[in-house]
Design a protein around this ligand. Structure first.
Ligand SMILES: [Zn+2]
Length: 133
């Protein structure tokens, strides 16, 4: 069974945290899941079911599962820019190195009206843009 969101009870989508950014995840673990409605991230130390691509949450996610997983971790880190500043910069840099513009993907997530983000994604992405300048 896929994990259930602790916040809104929707089903979450499990994924494997890419090795290149595992140290930057907001908690220790190899697996994570992202809520398909409110985009809450949970990190898991034990294996969870990984059976759907993250693009089922939104077409904004890159088709490449590793890139999509990096975006999912980034969304999780945005709950506190102050706390996760270094990790956020590192993940954005990792995405850049594989040719993904994190801000562009996040803007598309904001525009996806089927999502109900638990955090003020609009504001956080604006702040992220300033942080990266
Ligand atoms: Zn949720």
């Amino acid at each position: 069974m896929a994990p259930q969101c602790g916040l809104c009870r929707a089903e979450m989508v499990g994924f494997v945290i890419p090795e290149s950014i595992v140290e930057f995840a907001p908690a220790q673990g190899t697996f994570a899941s992202l809520c398909r409605v409110c985009l809450t991230l949970e990190v898991h130390e034990t294996a969870i079911e990984v059976d759907e691509p993250l693009s089922v949450i939104s077409a904004a996610f890159p088709d490449d599962e590793t890139e999509a997983a990096m975006i999912a971790i980034l969304v999780g880190l945005l709950d506190s820019l102050a706390l996760h500043r270094r990790a956020i910069q590192a993940v954005v840099f990792e995405l850049e190195s594989v040719g993904v513009d994190a801000l562009l993907v996040l803007d598309r997530l904001i525009d996806d009206s089927s999502l109900r983000p638990a955090i003020d994604l609009d504001r956080r992405v604006y702040q992220l843009g300033q942080l990266l300048e």
